[in-house]
Every structure is written in C-alpha cells, then in structure tokens.
Design a binder for this molecule. Structure first.
Ligand code: ZN
Length: 252
C-alpha cells in the first residue's frame, strides 16, 4: 500500500514502479468471500471502477467459483484492544467472538450528515446483502482537484454517487439511505484485506477513511502481542509474512 489519498494503490516489493490502483473494492469482495489464493489479470494500472461498488466483483467471483483447498488457514484473533486516533477520527479493534464492524461518519453535508451502520457477523452473506452494492461517492467541487491528481478519470454518475453542495445528483438516487457509510465499510474491508488474514475481533470506526484504516493495519502489525493466530495447521510450515507491507504516509 503506497498511497491512500482517494484510492488504495499497491506496489510490487521488488519493483516499486509496478503499481495497481483502486484495488480496494476488488480486495473487499475477495476478503469478504474468503478468497485468499487468486490470480487477477488486468491490462492497465487501475482496477475498473465497474458501478463504483463491490457487487460486480462478487458476481465475478461467484461465477468463477470458489475452490476450497485442503489447507487450514489461520485467523488473526484479537486478544486486547488496539486503538488509533488522529485529528478527531478514531479506529479501534477489540476482542469479539467473530468478525464485527461498527462504523460512523459525519459530513457537514445536508445529504449525508451523521450515518452509522453495524454488522455483528460480517461474513460473505452479510457482505453481499448489506454492503457490496454500496457505491463510492464524491463531491462535485472535488472533481477538478481529482482530475488534476490523476484520479477519477473515468469518474461519472455511472460509477459514483456525486453530490453538489446540497443533494445527490444521480437521477436514480441512493441504493440505501445510508449508502455512504455502507460504502466506507466496503473500503475498510478492502484495506483490512492487506493483512492477508481473516479477523476475529470487533472493529469500530469513527469518521474513517483509507488513511485511518491503514493506520489500524499498521498498528496491528506493530503489536503482535495483542493478537494470536488460531487454526494454524502445524503440519504446514509457516510462510506468513507479517512484516508491514508498506510505509505510511505517501499521500498527496
Ligand atoms: Zn471505495
């Protein structure tokens, strides 16, 4: 993970020039559906935006099918809370019996304001049902800045919920009243996917975004005594690479 400003970019460890951007919705779908061995082929530096949500990727994965391999995969079980706070934003993970996420956002925008959403058992089914279709969103006044930064070249009402100063501009409106916070949860899963392991714990996010999500990932990796790996197959030699995969921040 090398950049967090508006999208997540990953780079090859061997050759930092090899980069793919906007990976988070595809990674969120793979993570939620518990696909950890997969080959993704693309012919450009960016994952296609599709409709701005993770739903088309879920459909592709379902169509391709999931093959269960005969190897135990460990889960990262949280043993004590880890919390990161940054300028009024906060993210925390604490012990829980399964994978849970609770998320709030606050925007000074009349169409968003305060939104909160929680899922107490985040698995493939609840992801598909409650999160996958939530689209990315952006503000009209940001569009020119995004274009300058090289993002959102393909951004349009086809793949983004666009807001002016007062309202949603898409004629079909929203897919859920709280589509914005649901999409933030998709982004969170895409960022947690960089851990490479399923989580057993409760994640709570206040006013989150990619940068805060990545701060939690880094904090988890830095605090190995706050979690344990469960379900490891002792017959399989451990080849997990739990060193941080990137440096932070490299934001624009
Ligand atoms: Zn997103």
């Amino acid at each position: 993970m090398v950049s967090t400003s508006h999208a997540t970019t990953i780079a090859s460890r061997e050759d930092r020039r090899l980069r793919v951007t906007t990976v988070e919705h595809l990674l969120a779908a793979l993570y939620a559906l518990e696909v950890n061995n997969v080959r993704v082929e693309l012919d450009g530096p960016e994952i296609p935006a599709m409709d701005g949500s993770a739903a088309p990727f879920v459909e592709l994965i379902r169509t391709a099918g999931i093959f269960e391999q005969n190897v135990a995969r460990p889960t990262l079980r949280v043993l004590r809370p880890i919390e990161v706070a940054n300028r009024g934003r906060r993210i925390r993970i604490e012990p829980a019996r399964n994978f849970q996420v609770s998320y709030t956002i606050d925007f000074e925008h009349p169409a968003i304001r305060h939104q909160a959403y929680s899922i107490d058992c985040l698995d493939a089914d609840s992801f598909e049902r409650e999160l996958a279709s939530a689209r990315t969103f952006g503000f009209l006044h940001e569009v020119s800045a995004l274009l300058l930064a090289g993002f959102a070249r393909g951004g349009s009402l086809e793949n983004t919920v666009v807001l002016d100063d007062e309202r949603v501009l898409n004629t079909d409106g929203l897919r859920w009243p709280e589509e914005f916070v649901r999409h933030k949860m998709v982004d969170l899963l895409g960022d947690l996917a960089l851990l490479g392991l399923p989580l057993q714990g409760r994640v709570e996010v206040e006013r989150g975004g990619h940068e805060l999500h990545q701060m939690l990932v880094q904090a988890i990796l830095r605090t190995p005594d706050a979690w344990s790996l469960v379900g490891e197959d002792p017959a399989v030699p451990r080849d997990l690479d739990l060193t941080p995969r990137s440096t932070l921040p490299d934001t624009r």
